[in-house]
Design a protein. Sequence first.
Length: 301
Amino acid sequence: MINDEIIKALDDKYVNLGENPETYLNGLLQAKPITYWDYIQVDTLLTLQKTRTDFKDEEIFVMYHQVTELTLKMMIHEIKQLSEGENLPEEIWLTKLDRLKRYTRMLITSFDIMKDGMSYEDYNIFRATLTPASGFQSAQFRILELYSTRLKNLINSEGKERLSQNPTTDDYFKHIYWKDAGLNRKTGKITLTLKLFIEKYENDFKNLSEKIKGKTLEERVAQMENPSKELKEKLQQFDHFYNVAWPLVHLETANHYLNSKGENKTATGGSEWKKYLHPKYQQRKFFPELWTEEEIANWGE
Ligand code: HEM
């Protein structure tokens, strides 16, 4: 039997909306039950794997990138709640950081799907059809770093030498580490990969940076009165997983396909990838104040 309180609450809900409750209850009587496939949008999800060749592993390549994008979306979803919440209790930070570490661990431990079992020859043929697209153009990868730390931490030591004294958001973006993947700062020559990426996303990235000034994870932690040792350790672990361990498995895979047979191949995004992809070169840290000078000097070793 339906309890009267629910009927009363439904009645109130629609009356307050100025609607006739009976019409809605009649609708409910006719409505089909929700199913897993409609709720999860399975059929739509499974139509999103469009390949450019008939090599079997290209579909795996596409899906694994999509899985990574969904994982990044879950991570940004968690990070946004920490960024938007003022004075959140530390337990929430600890739980979210555990999740963030788990998502990143999923990325690290699954990356060998890209390396072991995918045919070296097939990959090196089908990747030519993808040029100039590159995982480098993942906007969520950049959004996650913008939410995690201040722009000044996304400038490597060479960039810091070029930066003016009181840099604006525009200045930071001019010198941000990831432009090194496609911009020759001496000649001004830019790869098509980077040019297209900037055209599509740079304004959004700048607006987001302005919007979350003072609210990045790094700044939220600095605003805490007395963060615990446990919290600091979890922040460090996340920093290390995301900015050292994951880049290193990625680099190992790039080495496997682009450099293992004595051929130093150009990547689809055209970067000097051996140098660029190394955490030691990028120097990306979300929480630099939690690391000692020595740990910073040995970053990515
Ligand atoms: C066979 C597998 C892969 C190879 C050989 C590879 C290779 C590369 C290379 C060489 C770069 C440097 C930019 C360029 O010149 O293109 C790069 C950047 C990047 N790739 Fe991959 N990649 C692989 C798989 C993936 C996957 C599965 C993802 C997941 C989305 C991904 C995401 C990225 C990101 C986010 C960057 C930019 C990294 C940064 O700026 O720190 N890659 N990749």
